[in-house]
Design a protein around this ligand. Structure first.
Ligand SMILES: [Zn+2]
Ligand SMILES: [Zn+2]
Length: 380
């Protein structure tokens, strides 16, 4: 029986509120996965055997050959205490869907319902990826390692945009989400009595210099037309007021829109940190890690997303580059794809305890996902 839009919206809002009330952290999404599986099974959608511990992949399309398209959402939440004031706020302590992944997965369930209705008319296969652990938990890599994307030719991913009016679609070619790196620096000094600093080597003074000096990487070494972020976000040293500590720990993140620039920034933080430590006659241990590369929207497929959205009567605007990262980028290294945004009109940004995604555009998101899947197969 075909869905009318208001029925679809009602169904998806119901699912969305349940998922919002029951958030789970990266790689712990067992309840979420079970619920998705249950909803898909009531509509007769096939769930593939991928070996994923959490998250799942569904398959829709007639048996036989043809193109294979993937639609991807993510399902994990964040370790935050919700302060949204919603009557369907999180029931799990220190865990909140503050990045809209509950919206994404509910919209994807809607797309599954819509695609299932037209399954026999599909010109190939659509794989619906309910990816676990997007928030730094290696989820995209797990899906890639499962091999389920090996036969996929194009991939489309959805993310909410808090700042955009509900229902507006934003998409642009090229990189829209940044490459993300993190660093950890330990400055080894020599502790002692705070009354005798000359007998110590104070790592707090060196750490303070490092914090100030790395600011110049963006302000003095980066073109004003380039987007780069360096933030020191964690500092730990000392235990009390009258002891100079032995060591100081700094952690932080840096972001850029190319792997080269990310590497350059990582190296400069290291050089500056080591030089300052040396200047104060101390040692520095430095480690950095690249969490994800930047997204890379295929220009031709991006146009296809714009056209498909417009065919549905949606308003489409260019997306604003984000300094946040997104592991969808890992899929795009292997498969042509587009990561697009839908506005959910939140007063607070994502990752904020007061983030609220307006559920009103859920059916719109589901329709666009389904239309992309169906039309991408038609394009041959
Ligand atoms: Zn997030
Ligand atoms: Zn997210």
């Amino acid at each position: 029986m075909p869905f009318n839009t208001s029925d679809l919206q009602q169904t998806l809002e119901h699912h969305f509120k349940w998922f919002h009330r029951h958030p789970e952290l990266s790689n712990q999404e067992t309840g979420t996965t079970a619920r998705i599986r249950e909803i898909l099974s009531t509509t007769g959608v096939t769930v593939l055997d991928t070996g994923l511990r959490t998250g799942l992949v569904a398959r829709i399309g007639p048996e036989g050959n043809g193109k294979v398209i993937a639609l991807r959402c993510d399902i994990d939440a964040l370790p935050l205490s919700e302060a949204s004031g919603l009557d369907y706020a999180s029931e799990h302590a220190s865990c909140m869907h503050a990045c809209g992944h509950d919206f994404h997965l509910s919209a994807m369930l809607g797309a599954a319902l819509l695609l299932k209705e037209q399954e026999q008319d599909l010109a190939g296969t659509v794989k619906l990826i309910f990816q676990p652990a997007e928030e730094g938990g290696g989820g995209a890599q797990q899906v890639l390692d499962s091999g389920v994307l090996d036969d996929v030719q194009e991939i489309y991913g959805i993310h909410v945009a808090s700042e955009l009016e509900a229902g507006i679609i934003a998409v642009s070619p090229g990189a829209t989400y940044a490459s993300v790196g993190s660093f950890r620096l330990v400055i080894q000094g020599k502790g002692g009595h705070a009354a005798a600093p000359h007998e110590c080597r104070d790592p707090i003074v060196a750490a303070a210099q490092v914090i100030n000096a790395v600011q110049s990487i963006v302000s003095r070494e980066t073109s004003p037309f380039d987007q780069v972020v360096v933030s020191v976000t964690h500092i730990e040293a000392g235990t009390t007021w009258n002891v100079i500590p032995q060591e100081a720990l700094l952690e932080g993140t840096f972001r850029a829109f190319s792997a080269e620039k990310l590497g350059t920034v990582a190296t400069r933080i290291e050089q500056i940190s080591r030089s300052i430590a040396e200047m104060y006659n101390m040692d520095a241990e430095y480690q950095w890690h690249c969490y994800t590369i930047s997204t890379n929207n295929d220009p031709e497929l991006c146009e296809f997303v714009v056209d498909t959205a417009k065919t549905l009567g949606l308003r489409v605007v260019p997306s604003t580059p984000q300094m946040s990262g997104e592991d969808f980028a890992l899929y795009q290294q292997r498969i042509r794809g587009v990561f697009w945004n839908i506005g959910v009109g939140s007063l607070q940004g994502t990752h904020h305890p007061g983030f609220v995604a307006d559920p009103a555009p859920l059916s719109t998101a589901a329709q666009l996902l389904a239309a992309l899947g169906g039309a991408a197969l038609e394009r041959g």
